[in-house]
Design a protein around this ligand. Structure first.
Ligand SMILES: Nc1nc2c(ncn2[C@@H]2O[C@H](COP(=O)(O)OP(=O)(O)OP(=O)(O)O)[C@@H](O)[C@H]2O)c(=O)[nH]1
Ligand SMILES: [Zn+2]
Length: 347
């Protein structure tokens, strides 16, 4: 007979957060005797006291240490995250928001019903590179696309070295190829805008469990179906999958400086220098507008702050992409070498 924590005089356990309910979490708990249960748990008073910012608060995908008897579990600690998808709120004083923790692979989902938007794809890639997870680009709705080759090529050009796969949940085309990442104990996040097909793909994989997905979807005021709460699902083979709304939807960098600061950008078109940074250059139309009271100086400050943040992330992204490409190249050349050796040995 195997011993439990109860037998040992304690109630400690390790769990993983599968649903974030705000103040409470649904946690899959691994008991010391190997049984697995799902329970609701809240952070203990002591732990809450130690938390200094939102990043330290538990998030979906986190592994947590639990105390208390079954049914009254309390979260005492969050174990260090291997990876974390984090969004920064540019408006507020750079309070980072954790979207999901311990994700191995992110499927960046893009609909083939429209031409791919390179800028948007780059923003998604930046978020994933920064998280420590590996990106895979999944082009959905292949069945309605008549420019498949061109769109795939465009995505590949934007995301050098990142796998790009086209799928259709209607015909099932390409879906099997995603199995390479959906391995037991691997955690995959589906990231993409509303309507790209995240729930459809989840339903496809969950099969008979599809009802579970539907159960968490309710109509909103406009009668449209949207995912109302996020859950880490376990597929029949043991892979773990969750969906994450697109970055526009979660408001990453306020949806790019261009749409939010259209007024500043428009004024800047009249600056004498095309690369004017509006920091005292001669012939600056933005400075002129502030001087004449047509533009609030605070708006320029906000705009520049967002631009700086964006440039920082872009820089980081390209560094990361470079080192990834280098690693990929290294791996490929090692593989090729191994193959050559094997061939020679066989001869
Ligand atoms: N033709 C076609 N339609 C698809 C495909 N995948 C999904 N759809 C349709 O696209 C619509 C949106 O799909 P969802 O799976 O609800 O999209 P979602 O990304 O989960 O959207 P949110 O829950 O709002 O975030 C539905 O009407 C699906 O039937 C596909 O491969 N081909
Ligand atoms: Zn200027």
């Amino acid at each position: 007979m195997s011993a439990t924590w109860r037998d040992l005089g304690g109630f400690g356990a390790i769990g993983r957060i599968v649903v974030d309910l705000g103040a409470m979490f649904r946690v899959v708990v691994l008991e010391i005797d190997g049984t697995v249960v799902q329970e609701l748990a809240r952070p203990s008073g002591k732990f809450r006291h130690q938390i200094k910012d939102g990043e330290q608060w538990p998030h979906i995908g986190d592994f947590v240490v639990l105390d208390g008897p079954p049914g009254q579990r309390r979260i005492e600690a969050v174990l260090p995250r291997r990876t974390a998808l984090v969004r920064k709120n540019p408006g507020e004083a750079i309070e980072a928001q954790v979207l999901a923790a311990n994700i191995d692979t992110v499927f960046i989902m893009v609909s083939l019903a429209q031409p791919p938007n390179a800028a948007r794809l780059e923003r998604s890639l930046a978020l994933v590179w920064d998280s420590g997870a590996a990106p895979v680009i999944v082009l959905t709705k292949q069945d309605v696309c008549s420019h498949l080759d061109a769109y795939v090529r465009a995505a590949e050009e934007t995301a050098l070295g990142v796998p790009v796969l086209a799928v259709s949940a209607v015909t099932g085309d390409g879906i099997e190829s995603l199995g390479a990442w959906l391995m037991p104990a691997q955690t995959v996040a589906l990231m993409g805008p509303s309507g790209v097909g995240k729930s459809t793909l989840l339903n496809y994989w969950l099969g008979d469990d599809a009802q579970r997905v539907m159960a968490v979807r309710t109509g909103d005021h406009r009668g449209r179906h949207t995912t109302t709460h996020r859950e880490l699902f376990r597929l029949p083979n043991g892979a773990l999958v969750m969906d994450i709304p697109g970055i526009r939807e979660v408001g990453l960098w306020a949806g790019s400086a261009h749409t939010v600061f259209g007024d500043v950008e428009q004024l800047a078109e009249d600056c004498r220098f095309t690369d004017c940074r509006h920091q005292g250059e001669p012939g600056c139309a933005v400075a002129q507008a502030i001087h004449e009271g047509r533009l609030d100086a605070e708006r320029l400050t906000q705009y520049q702050k967002l631009e700086r943040e964006h440039q920082f992330i872009e820089r980081k992204r390209s560094q990361r992409a470079q080192s990834e490409a280098r690693q990929l190249w290294k791996r490929r050349s090692q593989e090729a070498k191994a193959q050559r050796m094997e061939k020679r040995q066989r001869q």
